[in-house]
Design a protein around this ligand. Sequence first.
Ligand SMILES: [Zn+2]
Length: 409
Amino acid sequence: MITSTTGPQPADFTDVRATNLAVVLRFVRENAPCSRADIAASTGLNKATVSSLVADLIDRRLVRETGLTENRVGRPATMLVLDGSPYAAAGIEVNVDYLTAVAVDLSGRRLLSWRRSFQGPAATPAQAVAEVARLARRAVARMVKEERQVLGLAVAVPGLVGVDGRVRLAPNLGWRDVDLAGDLAKALRDPGFPVQVDNDANLGALAEHRFGPFGGIGNLVYLTGEVGVGAGVILDGRLRRGGQGYSGEFGHIQIDPGGPECRCGRVGCLEAVAGIGAVVGRDAQGAPVSPAEVEPELDEVVRRARAGDRATLGMLAGVGGNLGRGVAVIANLLNPEVVVLGGYYVPLAPWLLPAAEAEIRRRTIAPEAGGCRLVASTLGYGAAALGGAARVLDSVDSGRLPHRGEAPP
Ligand SMILES: [Zn+2]
């Protein structure tokens, strides 16, 4: 669901027709089935313009007539719904321990949802890029087999991503200055659709904003609960990236100056005291558990918490409190309506939330934490990949529509 505040802003566009096409497309997405008269009445566009725009959208197979008519006083009206059957938007998430791929149609229906394990830190950047490219090629091939045109691919990476799609730094993957967008486009042999790379938390926030139960909310922060912890920030309906695209490094807010060392080299970062590494801890030799062991270890923590094991409950309350100290910084600074916990935080939420909420209320100056709710994501582990697809759909909503008669690549 996209609110009007996230829609195309007239000042951003010189092409009035593209903007109007996007306005009509969004109206149909949100109000289907609807008639041409409904569109004219709600958008303020005149009926002849709406008819011409709808004809164009039908021509591009973005909208179709249902054949259903609505009986009203006067003559019946032909109803319109989203089509989009020849299209797909794709997203991939690269994480320390897994890769996910998702593709959706224009209405957000999942066409494909894959997850596979991935040994990110063990691979060189070149090996990792090759593996991501293989997954991307398979996903694209599947869509092409279904006779869909891929409108774009956006890839989520846990790290600092510049506006040019270069990964400047992904400490948990061991990447520095990796041109992932460029390398993927090459590996896909100039696929004829844009390949974008973005921070995983940013894309998680877009996924929540478009597909999550808090989709209509204008002020939302998404926290990745992966090996790293990042924040994707939506304020007043728009994703906020900051000057160079590096906002939201929530995991490196210092929570405890006397705390353990963080992977970034600093001490007491939120990631070190409230990331998954603080929950599943270290193996018998004192080394951090390997990425492949995170999920089985996490299952064990959940099992012990369910059984009421006091040490486990105490540890989770401590981690929840640290998380709450971090979220209180966000609540004081940004006054979000909702903060959504993603990734590994989801199965732990029943035990993290009470301590976290108490800290947020205690440390936020606004009464009742400024109305900030802390909730667990319902989108599952694929949220950032789904957000990649959401970013592609956002660009369609902004007026970058596929051209008619364009053949699948
Ligand atoms: Zn750090």
